[in-house]
Design a protein around this ligand. Structure first.
Ligand code: C2E
Ligand code: MG
Ligand code: MG
Length: 461
């Protein structure tokens, strides 16, 4: 039994069961390493100038190394592991010289074999606070000053590991419940919209762009606008994008619809600037979907549009989600590079919702990242969601990127984001997506500054 095997104190069986249940619900133990964990391990090693770093999760008897940067280890006995030290300490463990450690004899052989002389390790905790694993950085020489400054960044990165696990758990729960849900039987007449409806809508000019302001959180100045498409249907009313964009993407209509959207947005920027030349620092961001992104000659196409409308490239932003990027990394880099050379701003949208977002972030030249609104929405629910947002902000800062928090709905979220140093934001608290005419009114406000929120729910226009 595990209890008998341990040299250290009694293990709390209830704690252990809860820990295992939390880990099993993520389904991570029996899967191969994932790129997002590699990215976190690599960032940890680079940030602390360590020789290597690893992320390990533990079952009852073994430590499963889910990623290691700089060394090859995949699985270790849990007994006398760093994981057990962290579990016992219920917090970070720092050993700056293994040779000086009281357990030196017991540990010596294993660490020596692995070329480790010093390490710092922090827990990866579930939302209930259970220690699921550890994030560890290693040095091959004793490191008297380790950790260099503080462990806060390492703890933040460990929270990011936890957030990836949480996402995994949410996804598997969602997939289970979708699989159990009875599928409605649709008759042919009920299927709406069809590709032909999208074609007609485009031909009849039924698509419209609404715009949602993005603000500087410290001044509430409007720094940009996100263009969000809607379908103004004569009988069905205003149809939100999620009801037709997936179909447009599937049937290919997204290309002509996307072209229309880009041209419309550029035309609108031009109009706003014509009215007042002080607005030429305003940027309008357009969402790009997967097919648009993988289209041959995307950068040339965007360049033509900019030339036709006479808009400067820095006034256009392109938002892409992780899923809209091409799986082939080389091609993605090429396309992003050519867009960047044009001078348009590249934004990673819905950051945090994909498994490998971190990996993408580290490798691709995005200027800004937008924290997905699901994280912002949960920020006031507890320490862990708050910590995730904090980590994303710190990470972006470390990578030289600006951050926009999406979906700010409450003053508390606004306050916390400002406190954490998030520079930009967007959400119903400031303004909902609105017509171009309504935006024109807002842009006439002195300094393009939205009124103080103390005026009440002004944002609900
Ligand atoms: P997105 O790019 O992440 O856009 C932000 C979405 O969050 C918008 O939904 C916006 O209305 C909503 N939102 C903003 N602030 C808040 C808030 O405080 N609370 C809540 N609950 N929601 C907020 P919308 O307009 O329904 O757009 C949904 C998605 O449709 C967009 O997500 C984007 O992925 C896609 N989309 C919109 N327009 C286009 C387009 O022109 N082309 C393509 N390819 N996709 C588009
Ligand atoms: Mg977007
Ligand atoms: Mg988004």
């Amino acid at each position: 039994m595990l209890r008998a095997e341990l040299d250290r104190g009694e293990i709390d069986r209830e704690q252990e069961d809860a820990r295992m249940a939390a880990l099993l619900s993520t389904g991570i133990l029996d899967t191969p390493p994932e790129p997002s964990y590699d990215a976190i391990a690599r960032l940890a090693a680079e940030y602390f100038l360590a020789d290597s770093a690893s992320i390990a999760l533990a079952d009852e008897s073994r430590v499963w190394v889910k990623s290691s940067w700089g060394r090859v280890i995949r699985e270790l006995p849990r007994r006398n592991s760093i994981f057990e030290m962290v579990l016992e300490a219920d917090g970070p463990v720092i050993v700056s010289d293994i040779a000086q450690h009281p357990n030196f004899d017991q540990w010596f052989r294993r660490f020596k074999r692995l070329g480790i002389a010093a390490f710092a390790s922090v827990p990866v905790r579930s939302s209930e606070g259970k220690i699921l694993g550890v994030l560890t950085i290693y040095r091959s020489e004793p490191a008297p000053g380790m950790p260099l400054d503080s462990l806060r960044m390492l703890e933040s990165l460990a929270d990011l590991v936890a957030s990836q696990l949480e996402l995994r758990r949410l996804r598997s729960t969602l997939n289970d419940s979708l699989a159990r849900r009875p599928r409605p039987v649709a008759t042919v007449n009920e299927i709406w919209p069809r590709p032909v409806d999208l074609r007609r809508a485009l031909d009849n000019g039924q698509f419209v762009l609404h715009y949602q302001p993005e603000v500087d959180l410290s001044t509430r100045r409007i720094i940009g606008l996100e263009a969000l498409i809607r379908w103004q249907h004569p009988e069905r009313g205003l149809i939100p994008p999620m009801d037709f964009i997936p179909l447009a993407e599937e049937c290919g209509m997204i290309l002509p619809i996307g072209d229309w959207g880009l041209a419309e947005a550029c035309g609108q920027i031009q109009k706003w600037c014509q009215e007042d030349s002080d607005r030429d620092s305003l940027r309008v961001c357009v969402n790009l979907s997967a097919r648009q992104f993988s289209r041959e000659g995307l950068a040339d196409h965007v360049e033509d549009l900019l030339l036709q409308s006479g808009v400067s490239s820095r006034q256009l932003g392109l938002e892409m989600t992780e899923s809209s990027l091409i799986p082939d990394k080389g091609t993605t880099l090429e396309v992003l590079g050519s867009l960047r050379r044009l001078g348009v701003c590249l934004l990673m949208d819905d950051f945090g919702t994909g498994y490998s977002s971190l990996n993408q972030l580290h490798s691709f030249p995005f200027d800004m990242l937008k924290i997905d609104r699901s994280f912002v929405g949960r920020m006031t629910e507890g320490d862990q969601p708050l910590q995730i947002v904090r980590t994303i902000i710190e990470l972006a800062r470390a990578l030289g990127m600006d951050v926009v928090a999406e979906g700010i709905e409450t003053r508390e979220q606004y306050r916390l984001l400002r406190q954490m140093g998030c520079r930009y934001g967007q959400g119903f608290l400031f303004a909902r997506p609105m017509t171009a005419e309504a935006v024109t009114e807002l842009l006439r406000l002195p300094g393009q500054v939205l009124p103080d929120l103390d005026g009440g729910e002004q944002a609900r226009c």
